[in-house]
Design a protein around this ligand. Structure first.
Ligand SMILES: [Zn+2]
Length: 466
C-alpha cells in the first residue's frame, strides 16, 4: 500500500489523540487565549467556594438569572438559580422540551485543597504568634511551607453578622507563611519519608512577632494580634469558633511558558471546570432540554455535608423544577444526562511511570472524557455505560470539540474519585469530563489554555443538546 493509502486508513480506522492545535488549526489559539483571559481573572478573584458562589451569583444576575421561587410558574428560556448556603449553587435555564424528557447537567466542584484554621487557632510560642491549622483535602504537606500564603473566609459573630476576610492578595497587604527548617540542620528531617517530614501539627501559620506596646504579662504578641483584628474587624477570640478561615497560596494566575500556552494557578481543581460550566450555561438562550450547572462544595473531603454532592440539594431542586410542570422529579432524573465536570491527571514526562500511555490524558489534547475513576479494580466508581459514552462522542464530535480519553494512572498505582457516582446514584446517566492538570493538588497547578476552551465547548455541547 502507498503512503497516502496508509494515512487514509489510519485516519479512518485508528484512534489517536492529537494536539488540539493540530486538530483545529491555528485559529483556535486566538479563541482559546481570549477565553482564558476571563478564566485567569476569575482565578485571581476566586480562591474559596464562597467566593466562587458570590462570583456566580453576581455574573448570573447580570445575565438575567433570578433566585428560584417555587411559587412562580416557569416557562422555556427562564433563568433561575438556587444559592445553597453561600457555598454551592445551581443555575438552570428552562428548556423548550417537556421537563419529563430529562435535563442536562454540568456539575463541578468549587472547593480546593488548603489549610483551614482550627476552631481555636491563635497561640503564642516564643514571641511568635501563630494560627493553628487542619489541612483540608489531599495535599503534599511539604509543598505548603516557605511560600507566601493568604487568608480568606468569613467570621460569623454571635449576633449573626458576617465579616468577610481577605488578607494577602492586594500587593499592599501582608502575607503569611509556614516556616521550614534550614537544610544545614535538616539532616534528620531529610531522611524521613515525604509524608512524615512535615507533621500536620507543624503546618502552623506565622502571623506576628511584635508584642502589644507597653504591655505586661505573657502572650503579648498574641494580644497584639487580637487587638489588630478587633480594630480592623470588630472580632474577639471567641469569634474564631464560628468562622471559616482558609489559608491559600497568595497571588493570582500566571501564564506559564515562553509561548504562554499554559496557566499556572492555585485551585484549577476544580475551578478549571467550574468556570467553563458557568460560561456554558450563560451561552444558552432557549435550550431544548432544561440545562443545569451545579457548582458544589466539599468534593475534596468526600462530598459530605449539606453543601456537598451527597446532600439532597440537587434532587430536591430537580424535583421542584418538575413540580412546576406537574411532574415527578424521579421521572425527570431517570432520563437526564450529567457531565461530572472534574479534572484528570495529565501525563507528565518527568513521571512517566505512573501513567499508561494509551489511556492517559495529555496536556493540549483537549477535554478529557473519563469513563470511570476509582481505584484498585474500579472500586468507588459509577463507570459510565457504553451507551452514554456513545452519546457523548456524538455530541462532542458534532460540536467540533477536541477531546481525548483518560484514566487516572496505572491500574495498581492509585486512583481518585469525583462527584460522578453521587449523581449517578440518583438514577442519572453520568460520566466525567474535564481538563487535564499537571501537578494536581499542588499550590501551583498547570493547565493548557486549549484544554480549558475545549472544556467550555464540551459543556456547552451537552447543555445545548437537541
Ligand atoms: Zn476535583
Amino acid at each position: 500500500m502507498d503512503d497516502n493509502k496508509i494515512k487514509e486508513l489510519r485516519e479512518k480506522l485508528a484512534y489517536e489523540s492529537k494536539h488540539a492545535q493540530e486538530a483545529l488549526g491555528d485559529e483556535i489559539l486566538g479563541q482559546a487565549d481570549a477565553y482564558c483571559e476571563g478564566y485567569k481573572a476569575f482565578l485571581c478573584s476566586v480562591k474559596t467556594e464562597r467566593e466562587a458562589v458570590s462570583f456566580a451569583v453576581r455574573e448570573a444576575e447580570a445575565r438575567g438569572f433570578r433566585p428560584f421561587d417555587r411559587a412562580q410558574p416557569l416557562k422555556a428560556g427562564d433563568r433561575v438559580y438556587v444559592n445553597n448556603r453561600g457555598k454551592a449553587i445551581m443555575l438552570a435555564v428552562i428548556g423548550s422540551r417537556p421537563i419529563e424528557d430529562g435535563v442536562s447537567i454540568a456539575a463541578a466542584h468549587i472547593d480546593s485543597p488548603r489549610l483551614d484554621l482550627k476552631p481555636n487557632p491563635l497561640y503564642e510560642n516564643k514571641e511568635f504568634a501563630y494560627f493553628d491549622t487542619h489541612y483540608y483535602g489531599g495535599i503534599k504537606k511539604y509543598q505548603w511551607t516557605a511560600r507566601p500564603l493568604a487568608l480568606h473566609g468569613v467570621v460569623v459573630k454571635k449576633n449573626g453578622e458576617t465579616v468577610d476576610v481577605v488578607i494577602g492578595e492586594d500587593p499592599a497587604d501582608p502575607v503569611f507563611c509556614v516556616s521550614d527548617l534550614l537544610p544545614h540542620l535538616a539532616s534528620e528531617q531529610m531522611v524521613k519519608p515525604a509524608n512524615k517530614f512535615i507533621p500536620g501539627e507543624s503546618l502552623d501559620l506565622l502571623i506576628a512577632s511584635r508584642p502589644i506596646s507597653e504591655g505586661e504579662g505573657g502572650d503579648l504578641v498574641k494580644l497584639n494580634v487580637l487587638n489588630i483584628l478587633n480594630e480592623k474587624y470588630g472580632i474577639t477570640e471567641h469569634d474564631f469558633l464560628s468562622a471559616e478561615l482558609e489559608i491559600v497560596p497568595a497571588g493570582g494566575a500566571r501564564d506559564v511558558g515562553l509561548d504562554r500556552s499554559m496557566i499556572g494557578a492555585y485551585g484549577h481543581d476544580d475551578r478549571v471546570c467550574a468556570y467553563p460550566a458557568l460560561t456554558a450555561i450563560f451561552s444558552l438562550s432557549v435550550p431544548a432540554y432544561t440545562a443545569i450547572t451545579v457548582l458544589t462544595d466539599k468534593e475534596e473531603i468526600g462530598s459530605e455535608g449539606a453543601t456537598g454532592q451527597k446532600s439532597a440539594y440537587l434532587p430536591y431542586f430537580i424535583s421542584d423544577l418538575a413540580a412546576a410542570f406537574g411532574k415527578e422529579g424521579r421521572h425527570v432524573m431517570s432520563r437526564s444526562v450529567c457531565l461530572s465536570a472534574d479534572v484528570n491527571c495529565a501525563f507528565d514526562p518527568l513521571y512517566p511511570d505512573v501513567s499508561e500511555g494509551r489511556n492517559c490524558a495529555y496536556l493540549n489534547h483537549g477535554a478529557v472524557l473519563t469513563k470511570y475513576t476509582g481505584s484498585g479494580g474500579k472500586s468507588g466508581t459509577s463507570d459510565a455505560s457504553a451507551e452514554l459514552m456513545a452519546t457523548l462522542r456524538r455530541l462532542m464530535d458534532e460540536a467540533g470539540v477536541v477531546w481525548q480519553i483518560g484514566e487516572l494512572g496505572k491500574v495498581d498505582i492509585g486512583g481518585g474519585g469525583t462527584v460522578a457516582k453521587y449523581i449517578a446514584n440518583l438514577d442519572i446517566d453520568t460520566v466525567d469530563l474535564g481538563v487535564p492538570v499537571l501537578s494536581m493538588h499542588a499550590p501551583f497547578e498547570v493547565v493548557s489554555k486549549l484544554d480549558v476552551y475545549e472544556a467550555h465547548k464540551a459543556f456547552a455541547a451537552l447543555l445545548a443538546r437537541k
